[in-house]
Design a protein around this ligand. Structure first.
Ligand code: HEC
Length: 213
């Protein structure tokens, strides 16, 4: 008996027997149901562009998507902060603005990490987390170096690629990297004093050079 849904163990079927036999077991030539075959064909076809897009790098990776969102977030922040001045109180103030620093950490990963590493410990460019600096004596020098670059030494100028506000916030971000010194590229330049801990107007605490993170 064979009605297409049940299978008999006896030989009273009209389905043709296949010609192989393993350990005395033979099988009928039962075709797979049409819906199953179509699903197999369609998923197989779907897999080809899928693998090319996500597996072989034709499309954006999830990392690219995340990066694009982070850059967009950084741009939104810029609109929120308006025009900032590259002076000491401004740079110090934004070191403690969490939202701004999160936005800048993505901008830094996007634009600067290729030479300074994502965490700032340095590779082509110097370690930005230690106390040794080549071109920086005071905190405002950071903004100057970012803006004008040191092209002859491999540090690009960002003045024409980033807005003034981005450069100011990025300077705050670079400045606060020093709160967590990391083993990285060997020290370059000379040791400089800690950044002034407090913005002018507040009482500086000379015994505390760590700052809070
Ligand atoms: C193509 C590589 C490269 C990229 C990208 C790059 N830098 Fe640099 N950066 C350097 C090099 C090399 C130096 C050291 C120049 C020198 O020794 O004169 C440097 C120096 C610096 C300094 C001064 C460090 C010191 O010790 O005085 C700062 C600050 C800095 N970079 C920040 C940034 C920021 C922020 C970005 C991203 C917007 C960035 N850099 C992107 C290569 C790079």
């Amino acid at each position: 008996m064979s009605d297409g849904t049940t299978h008999s163990t006896t030989n009273d079927t009209t389905d043709p027997l296949l010609d192989h036999e393993y350990d005395g077991i033979r099988e009928y030539d039962n075709p797979m149901p049409g819906w199953w075959v179509w699903m197999f064909i369609l998923t197989t076809l779907f897999a080809v562009p899928y693998v090319m897009w996500y597996g072989m790098g034709l499309g954006p990776s999830i990392h690219d998507n995340l990066e694009a969102e982070q850059v967009a977030f950084a741009e939104q922040l810029m609109a929120m902060y308006g025009d900032l001045e590259a002076d000491q109180p401004t740079i110090i103030t934004y070191m403690n603005e969490d939202a701004a620093m999160i936005g800048m950490s993505s901008l830094f990963k996007n634009k600067c990490a290729q030479c300074h590493r994502a965490d700032g410990r340095g590779e082509v460019g110097p370690n930005l987390t230690d106390d040794y600096w080549v071109h920086v004596n005071t905190i405002v020098d950071i903004a100057e170096v970012i803006e004008t670059g040191r092209d002859d030494k491999g540090m690009p100028a960002w003045g024409d690629k980033l807005s003034k506000t981005q450069i100011v916030l990025l300077s705050s971000y670079v400045a606060q990297l020093r709160r967590q010194p990391l083993e990285g590229k060997d020290p370059e330049g000379k040791e400089i004093a800690p950044w002034p801990d407090e913005a002018p107007g507040e009482t500086p605490d000379a015994s505390d050079n760590g700052g809070d993170t």
